[in-house]
Structures are given as structure tokens and as C-alpha cells.
Ligand binder design. Structure first.
Ligand code: KG4
Ligand code: ZN
Length: 346
């Protein structure tokens, strides 16, 4: 890797189209994210074919924009990193093919980035916290597609400590919000409604609370919300607040168990859209403080899907001499634990 070279990152694995340019030291030179919320909102969820077409329409323009803002030409880059999985196959093909094309045309190394590795390494971006967390640290990945406790042991070395047995926590927010008549995506709307409610208004189940390990399960809680709404057990704001309190309590319990499974953890890191939720942040902050550890919560724009994290994971891999061949196939399913063999050491 050219020590002074910047890296271009591309993200198109779900419903955010994003590009970013980072200096070799991790400084953000330019970043852009286009959300497709409006395209998908009429359907109440992400429609894969619409997502792929929107990525195709918007990603090349975003790349031109971030390169212009960074004041760089492709020849100035040290490499190109694109999300190659896990995610929706159409968008993965759009993003990684564009990245490979730029790499091929300008003789640059290409890095096929695992989206989850991007989330996992965000906390190590320089300047994000007082001091970047040392390995290992505990990552709670709390998004619409993922709900996992991960031991981040090194670049490329991840151990999943626990995961969801059914829905992701963001899905639980979205489904409960829908039951309460709120628009998609429901998380932020439910949080706003909950502000006016009483979190102790109704007793809702706290699935797996206190159980060994750090797996999650949310479907029973969602069903209880459906029943509470149908019975009109409480005002919508009270149901929302009670739901959020149950989620925060379960997350805190699971995080405490995860920490017990990772002695030597230097920090608790949260990522994913649900990490933007204030009640969730407060509950997890309490768990970290009790263990004498910092809670690192990246700013919301770096918690949700973005290309800064993809460029940064690309830089981390290029520093280790890890890049990928141009015939690397995108992977809709790509568990972090399978990462080590995914790249070829030069
Ligand atoms: O990480 P993300 O932007 O996209 C992926 O799923 O990859 O996460 C989106 C999820 C959605 O389920 C959304 O409802 C949830 O994060 N979310 C929230 C909040 N903001 C976003 N959930 C609760 N409270 C929020 N403030
Ligand atoms: Zn994500």
C-alpha cells in the first residue's frame, strides 16, 4: 500500500448508497450517503430490486462527487474497497463491480469488504473517541438486519459470542412501530412516541433475560406488543415506552453476559441504527460503567450504513497486505467468523 495514498470506499449492500474517501491515516477527506427511504417507504420495507436499481443510478455520481470533494484523481488512490457481503445481492454486485472496474482501470488493489467488519472497526477510526479501543473489545451490532455480540480480537479476527434466534432488534422496533400505526422505518418514530409514555405502564416479556450466554430473541416481545395494542392495554405512547424499556433491559443483560464471556475486553462498542436510540445507549452505558469500561458509540451517521467504515476496513486490510482478486464473488451471506480465509495475503 502506498503509505500516503487515500482509499475510496463504496457501500451498497442494503438501502443506503454511499461513497467515501479516507486518507491513509483514516482522516475523512469526503463522504456522501444517499438514503433510499422514500423509494421504499410505500412498501413498508426494503424492496431488493428497487434498491439495486437505485444503487446503479446513484453510486457513480456519488463516487465522482467524493473524489471531487477530496481533490483527488483515481490515480492518486492507494486502493478501492467495496462491500462484498453480507447483504442484498443486487446492490453487492453494483458496488463491488464498480469498485473492481475502478481498480482495474487504474491498477489499484481491490478489497472486498465484509460489511460487518466495517461496523466492527468503526470504533478504531482515529479521532472518534479519546483513545481508540485496544483489541479485544466487545461489539454490539444492533441494526435492522443484525443483532449480535461480537468479540473483536484483531483485524480479520472476530468471534461471535451470541446472536438472535429470530428477529434483529431493529426489526423488533420496526414491527412494533407498525403495530402502533407508526410509519416505516419505525425505530426513530417509536423512540419519539415513547418520550411521552410511561415505561412502567405495562409489563412486557424480556426474552432470554438472565439466561446463560448472550443470544437474543425478540419475537415474543413483538407478539406481546401486538396483544397489548389489540386489547388497548395502555395508550400507544405507554406501550411504546414499555417496549423500549424491555428492549433496553434485555440488551443490558445480554451485554453483561457477553462481557463475562470476554474477559480482558477494553471497551463496549455499539453500532447499527438501534445504537442511535437514547434509552439503549443509556442502558448499555450503565453496563460498561459497571465493568469499568468506556462505552464507545460512534455518531449516528457512522452507526448506520455508510462508506467511511468500508474505506477504513479497506485501509486496515491493505496495511496487512490483504487484498482480493478481481473475480471475488459477492456473498449475500458472509458470517464474520468466515472472514479469515476470504482474503489472499500477498
Ligand atoms: O444500521 P441500519 O441503519 O441499517 C441496517 O439495518 O443495516 O439500522 C436500521 C434499523 C431500523 O430497524 C431502524 O428502525 C432502527 O435501526 N433504528 C432505530 C433508531 N434509529 C434507527 N431503532 C430505535 N431507535 C432509534 N432511534
Ligand atoms: Zn449495517
Amino acid at each position: 500500500m502506498r503509505q500516503d495514498g487515500a482509499v475510496l470506499g463504496l457501500e451498497a449492500s442494503c438501502d443506503e448508497t454511499a461513497a467515501a474517501v479516507l486518507g491513509a491515516d483514516g482522516r475523512i477527506l469526503a463522504e456522501a450517503v444517499l438514503s433510499q427511504l422514500e423509494e421504499h417507504a410505500p412498501y413498508g420495507g426494503v424492496v431488493p430490486e428497487i434498491a439495486a436499481r437505485a444503487h446503479l443510478a446513484h453510486l457513480p455520481g456519488l463516487v465522482a462527487r467524493v473524489m471531487r470533494e477530496a481533490g483527488l484523481g483515481f490515480a492518486d488512490l492507494a486502493g478501492v474497497a467495496a462491500t462484498a457481503g453480507p447483504g442484498l445481492i443486487g446492490g453487492l454486485i453494483v458496488g463491488s463491480t464498480l469498485g473492481k472496474g475502478i481498480a482495474l482501470a487504474h491498477h489499484l488493489p481491490f478489497v472486498a469488504v465484509n460489511h460487518l467488519e466495517g461496523h466492527a472497526l468503526t470504533a478504531t477510526l482515529p479521532g472518534l473517541s479519546d483513545a481508540p479501543p485496544a483489541f479485544p473489545f466487545l461489539l454490539l451490532l444492533l441494526s435492522g438486519g443484525h443483532c449480535q455480540c461480537v468479540a473483536v480480537e484483531a483485524v480479520g479476527r472476530y468471534r461471535r459470542l451470541g446472536t438472535t434466534l429470530d428477529d434483529a432488534v431493529g426489526e423488533a422496533f420496526d414491527k412494533s412501530a407498525k403495530l402502533l400505526g407508526l410509519p416505516w422505518p419505525g425505530g426513530p418514530a417509536l423512540e419519539r412516541l415513547a418520550l411521552r409514555g410511561n415505561p412502567t405502564a405495562i409489563a412486557l416479556p424480556r426474552p432470554l433475560f438472565g439466561r446463560p450466554g448472550c443470544d437474543f430473541s425478540w419475537s415474543g416481545l413483538k407478539t406481546a406488543v401486538a396483544q397489548a395494542v389489540a386489547r388497548q392495554a395502555a395508550a400507544p405512547a405507554d406501550i411504546a415506552a414499555s417496549f423500549q424499556a424491555a428492549v433496553a433491559a434485555v440488551l443490558a443483560d445480554r451485554a453483561a453476559h457477553a462481557l463475562a464471556m470476554l474477559p480482558g475486553a477494553s471497551a463496549v462498542v455499539i453500532a447499527g441504527g438501534v445504537a442511535a436510540n437514547a434509552a439503549v445507549r443509556a442502558a448499555l452505558g450503565g453496563v460498561a460503567a459497571k465493568a469499568g469500561l468506556p462505552l464507545i458509540a460512534p455518531p449516528p451517521r457512522l452507526c448506520t450504513d455508510n462508506a467511511v467504515m468500508i474505506a477504513w476496513a479497506g485501509i486496515a486490510r491493505l496495511r496487512l497486505g490483504l487484498d482480493d482478486p478481481l473475480d471475488h464473488a459477492p456473498r449475500p451471506r458472509w458470517p464474520l467468523a468466515e472472514l479469515a480465509g476470504a482474503s489472499t495475503a500477498r
